[in-house]
Design a protein around this ligand. Structure first.
Ligand code: 8YV
Length: 309
């Protein structure tokens, strides 16, 4: 008999097809009455595919053994509650490092050269009336990375190819990394031209990029966020971008996405992206395959491929 799993949100077609082939899948996000669905499957479901799992949902599924998160970031899952209930949690690391690092560099160049604005300038016929302003380059500048993890390291490699100087801040200095380590984020922001955020979301990093950090980055500094919107004091960021006390920002994530502060829409020192970090066919397919592979491993009694708890 196939194992019963609950799918909590829409997943990639390839991933859904593989799940349907191997498991009896109950789609919570498609249920007209979610509570009625949960009651009807409570004695059957042993696994979850997807995210957004809090203690309330865990307690409605007494046979739940594993949550296979679709994403490297698992801030939508209460891992402490899962651990307390002996529920394993997995994520999808590594397979998205290149895609996220590529978009990071892409957004940095888009902001440095105002590519979206230049594109609109031409489309609006303004080039017929004059030239687009001179702007700035990445080479020779200092890039401060908040979160020199798997993705952070891929960004560092690409930034070096752009002839940038790389420094970093994180919970601790990494002995095997050649880059200058800053134990103080404000000091790093003061010394950096670019500040890239690529650390996990969750309580530990909530608003770690405070008004003070943004003011230290300053009118010549640029913020780039491909981590989570919760890392930034978003209200302060909007205000400082409007007053040009912060030079510019390229943002792929937001505090209440897909809601985006509309005050950002009219600013020419901002590039906006709808959480596209890992949004490529090849990467999302690999992420989906890893979700299924972790479930397969668990129900076969094999070691998990990418456990977080
Ligand atoms: C996911 C991401 O696509 O992996 C992550 O942490 O943010 C993205 O790659 C997103 O979480 C999907 O829900």
């Amino acid at each position: 008999m196939p194992v019963d799993i609950l799918q909590t949100h829409k997943l990639l077609a390839t991933c859904e097809a593989e799940l349907a082939e191997k498991y009896t899948v109950h789609k919570l996000h498609e249920a007209a009455d979610r509570d009625a669905l949960l009651v009807s499957v409570k004695d059957k479901v042993r696994g979850i595919a997807g995210g957004n799992v809090q203690p309330e949902l865990m307690d409605k599924l007494p046979r739940l053994e594993i949550i296979a998160n679709f994403g490297v970031g698992y801030d939508t899952i209460d891992t402490r509650a899962a651990k307390a209930r002996n529920i394993r949690v997995t994520n999808t690391p590594n397979v998205l490092n290149d895609a996220v690092a590529e978009l990071t560099i892409g957004l940095m160049i888009a902001l440095a050269r105002r590519i979206p604005q230049a594109h609109q300038f031409v489309r609006d016929g303004n080039w017929l009336k004059g030239s687009f302003p001179l702007l700035t380059e990445l080479n020779g500048k200092t890039l401060g990375i908040l979160g020199l993890g798997r993705i952070g390291k891929e960004i560092a490699v690409r930034a070096q190819a752009m002839k940038m100087r790389v420094v970093y801040h994180g919970r601790h200095k990494q002995a095997d990394e050649p880059f200058v380590y800053y134990s103080n984020l404000v000091e790093m922001a003061r010394d950096a031209d670019w500040l890239v955020l690529i650390a996990p979301g969750g309580k530990a990093t909530e608003k770690i990029v405070s008004r003070q950090v943004l003011e230290a980055l300053g009118p010549e500094g640029f913020l780039v966020n491909l981590a989570r919107g919760t890392l930034v004091d978003e209200a302060a960021m909007v205000e400082l971008l409007q007053s040009k006390k912060l030079g510019g920002a390229a943002l792929d994530v937001f505090e209440k996405e897909p809601q985006v502060p509309t005050a950002l829409f009219g600013l020419d020192n901002v590039v906006l992206s709808p959480h596209q970090g890992s949004a490529t066919h090849q990467t999302r397919n690999k992420m989906g395959a890893l979700v299924v592979a972790n479930l397969d491993a668990w129900f076969a009694g094999d070691p998990l491929i990418s456990p977080v708890v």
